[in-house]
Design a protein around this ligand. Structure first.
Ligand code: SRM
Ligand code: SF4
Length: 567
């Protein structure tokens, strides 16, 4: 295609522009009884409202055989800055999940909740009930700023509390201003507005070229994986209070198999700003990407490509010229890991916080693990809060010393904190949703990883590494929803039963892994990894992480930049 025949704007851009600020014909589509779906254009707009149209892929073939339309269902994503909700909100979500969705709650890698399997006829009521509990879904998906992530324990130190407040301010600042959400889902009466009253002052009529993600990390924990997002802030303390933030830009995970021009990239740290400058920096970074991001090719529309195409220096100059002042030099900091710390900790407020392992974030009762019932019963008596971690786990937060024995007893009763029977490998694992709901999945992920880990645990056990933490992540396609490219072992689905294996990601989330084997099945995965794990047990140096070991021993080359990922 030469430059003249290249489309100037993708179809999604035109849908957004013609949508009257995200209204489209969603309202009409919801009440059309002929189909369980909505129109194709509206499915794009629906994302901005926090919902995806999907179909149950387990039923696809059978429905096709029977000449029925796919079993359409909707996923609803509920956002909560830093993943914090009250026990009442937990109970309401639990109720909504069991009444309108598939009876499970999914904690995501970005500290949001997902409800799967909602039928079109129940979608509006689901949204209403989510809003009635003072949570919302607006901008949980779509070409806008998504849920703002931050360390989920505001009471770990005063610094954590301050940082959490900034995360909230950023989230509020970047919420879309359109009333479409309130009209469609909450029956707000439309008011005739002049375009300038209703215009989106930050995003404009066509919003961002693509999704935009912001996180704040509080060293030494990099639980939010600050290098994997469009914009990351790294909190720098001044004794006990917040001095400001290092600013990281241009991270992202998504790529497409066999398209080397797409690649995961880690963010560059470009400077430091004071707390009171953080909104201004956020606004200008977002606006640069709004103005320069690729609106023709959605596979090239994230900030990481804008920065790689034009250079980090260009980006910094553009940002500083828009700000009218210069960022200060980057401050020193150190990350020690990107995982969660399990068990009880006491906060600065004198209350207790218990981090529980939730395998792949799925809250669902099984015979040996009645987690959904257990958390429901706890929510009925708990006086603190619940918090989602960036690793798909859950914190029962703010438990008073007096109430702790009761919560402890309930945790025991429902076997919610059974760390003894879980290896360090499992406790440091994540898998994306994939089949049967994700329309983009090429292979299983959440439903498969637990059994693969059981097999790898045998190898780890035999090598004497049961308690050695190795980060391991799986996704059902290369989009990277569980951030697999920064795991020490990453599995990425290629086709049913076949995975690419990536090795050498940094334990603190600071280095990309490298493709080690392509499209292999379980037998081959075990055959390939067993000798490496044994080698690590034998020759790994004291304190050396697996990701560093595989590079030192030449299994893979260290990847220094996103553009080198496929080299
Ligand atoms: Fe994701 C698309 C699930 C975090 C990169 N992601 C999807 C969709 C909506 C599929 C779709 O477009 O039809 C998946 C829905 C599956 C389902 O049935 O629920 C989906 N993504 C998820 C979640 C639920 C994974 C999980 O197991 O927790 C996470 C929800 C986050 C949230 O609460 O907001 C989730 N997705 C991520 C992350 C991790 C992160 O942000 O920290 C990434 C990589 C970081 C990044 O954005 O680069 C990620 N998701 C993608 C991409 C690739 C984007 C790209 O730039 O190439 C897609 C596909 C797309 O946007 O076209 C995608
Ligand atoms: Fe779906 Fe791929 Fe994301 Fe997994 S990584 S949830 S398969 S889009």
């Amino acid at each position: 295609m030469n430059d003249q025949t290249k489309p100037q704007r993708s179809r999604t851009e035109i849908i957004k522009e013609n949508s009257n600020y995200l209204r489209g014909t969603i309202l009409e589509g919801l009440v059309d009884p002929i189909t369980g779906a909505i129109s194709e254009d509206d499915t794009q707009l629906l994302k901005f409202h926090g919902s995806y149209q999907q179909d149950d892929r387990d039923l696809r073939q059978e429905r096709r055989k029977q000449k029925l339309e796919p079993a359409y269902i909707f996923m609803v994503r509920v956002r909560a800055t830093g993943g914090i909700v009250t026990p009442k909100q937990w109970l309401d979500l639990d109720h909504i999940a069991r009444t309108y969705a598939n009876g499970t709650i999914r904690l995501t890698t970005r500290q949001s909740f997902q409800l799967h399997g909602v039928l079109k006829r129940n979608l509006k009521q689901t949204m209403k009930e989510v809003n009635a509990t003072l949570l919302h879904t607006i901008a949980a998906c779509g070409d806008v700023n998504r849920n703002v992530m931050c360390n989920p324990n505001p009471y770990q130190s005063e610094l954590h509390g301050e940082v959490y407040e900034w995360a909230n301010k950023i989230a509020d600042f970047l919420l879309p201003r359109t009333r479409a959400y309130y009209e469609i889902w909450l029956d707000e009466k439309p008011v005739v507005r002049s375009p300038d009253v209703e215009q989106e002052p930050i995003y404009g009529r066509t919003y961002m070229p693509r999704k935009f993600k912001i996180v704040i990390a509080v060293p030494p924990s990099n639980d939010v994986d600050v290098y994997a997002h469009d914009l990351g802030f790294i909190a720098i303390s001044d004794g006990n209070s917040l001095a400001g933030f290092n600013v990281a830009v241009g991270g992202g995970m998504g790529m497409t198999h066999s398209e080397p021009e797409t690649y995961p990239r880690l963010a560059d740290i470009i400077g430091f700003c004071r707390p009171e400058q953080v909104i201004e920096v956020t606004e200008q970074v977002v606006k640069i990407q709004r103005d320069f991001g690729d609106r023709a090719n959605r596979k090239h529309a994230r900030l990481k490509y804008t920065i790689d195409d034009r250079g980090v220096d260009w980006f910094k100059d553009e940002l500083e010229s828009r700000l009218g002042w210069q960022l200060e030099p980057v401050r020193l900091f150190e990350f020690t890991d990107n995982g969660d710390r399990y068990g009880w900790v006491k906060g600065t407020n004198g209350k207790w916080h218990l981090t529980l392992f939730v395998e792949n974030g799925r809250i669902q009762d099984t015979d040996d693990f009645p987690i959904m019932t257990g958390l429901r019963e706890i929510a009925k008596v708990h006086k603190g809060d619940f918090r989602l971690t960036p690793n798909q786990n859950l914190i029962i937060g703010n438990v008073g010393t007096k109430q702790k024995p009761k919560i402890d007893a309930m945790v025991e009763e429902y076997k919610l904190n059974d760390l003894e029977h879980r290896s360090a490998l499992r406790l440091n694992s994540m898998a994306c949703v994939a089949l049967p709901t994700c329309g983009l999945a090429m292979a299983e992920s959440e439903r498969y990883l637990p059994s693969l880990i059981t097999k790898l645990e045998d190898v780890m056990m035999e090598a004497g590494l049961r308690d050695d933490a190795i980060t391991l992540r799986m996704t059902g396609c290369p989009n990277g929803c569980a951030r697999p490219y920064i795991a020490e072992i990453g599995f990425v689905g290629k086709s049913i039963g076949h995975y690419n294996v990536y090795l050498g990601g940094g334990f603190t989330g600071d280095r990309l892994g490298k493709l080690y084997r392509e499209g292999i099945t379980e037998g081959k995965i075990l055959a390939e990894l067993t000798p490496i794990i044994k080698h690590y047990a034998k020759e790994g140096e004291k304190g050396e992480h697996f990701g560093d070991f595989v590079i030192r021993k030449g299994y893979v080359k260290a990847v220094k930049a996103g553009r080198e990922f496929h080299a």
